[in-house]
Ligand binder design. Structure first.
Ligand code: HEC
Length: 178
């Protein structure tokens, strides 16, 4: 949002046929920029997935690094690249984005939160019981608290990674063409 406001301050608003458009980025440039950003997210996911599946050796530093890439390319880094009127060219975006920008923003923030949690959870490689502090027993409850009661960042990295993938899928389901 700060970047958007900066762009407004620099370029001013140009009134076009009754609508108002930001002059900073053409619709075509916005589509290219967000597809490039999504490719960056895909590349980071492709590095993470084999480590999470046990198909590649687990490297906590690499997990932290790739999760940080995703976190830093989520939230407003995504929503800033979907200005009004940028459903052009080969964009696979759905009009639903601009019909409910609050929900779209929430989906982008959900990804940022999940990826941020994965940065913190990168060292949580033990089984669920050791990775998650036994809050249940501390609080006199059941020793096996359901995962939902444990902060995402305290869960095993493999579980947090599922939340990251889920955040990608959730947004694509609602806001991207098949
Ligand atoms: C907030 C919504 C949202 C989130 C979260 C999101 N995406 Fe996307 N993604 C989109 C939309 C919308 C498009 C279509 C963009 C366009 O073509 O204009 C897209 C397109 C893509 C593409 C195709 C890019 C291209 O070159 O055409 C890939 C790959 C992709 N996303 C991967 C991911 C991955 C991996 C994640 C999670 C780490 C993710 N996305 C999270 C909304 C999202």
């Amino acid at each position: 949002m700060r970047r958007l406001l900066g762009a407004v301050a620099i370029s001013g608003l140009i009134a076009m046929g009754g609508t108002v458009a930001l002059a900073a980025m053409s619709p075509e440039e916005a589509v290219k920029a967000r597809q490039d950003l999504m490719d960056t997210l895909r590349d980071a996911s492709r590095t993470l997935r084999p480590m999470m599946n046990g198909e590649a050796p687990y490297d906590a530093d690499a997990v932290r690094r790739e999760a940080a890439v995703i976190r830093d390319h989520a939230g407003s880094a995504i929503t800033d690249l979907f200005p009004e009127g940028s459903l052009v060219g080969d964009s696979e975006a759905l009009p639903a984005i601009w019909e409910n920008f609050a929900a779209f923003t929430k989906a982008a923030e959900d990804l940022k939160a999940a990826a941020g949690a994965l940065v913190e959870a990168a060292d949580n490689t033990g089984d669920t019981a050791s990775a998650a502090p036994s809050m249940g027993s501390l609080m006199g409850g059941a020793p096996e608290a359901p995962a939902g009661d444990v902060a995402l960042a305290d869960q095993p990295a493999t579980e947090v990674y599922k939340a990251v993938g889920g955040a990608c899928r959730a947004c694509h389901t609602d806001f991207r063409q098949d």
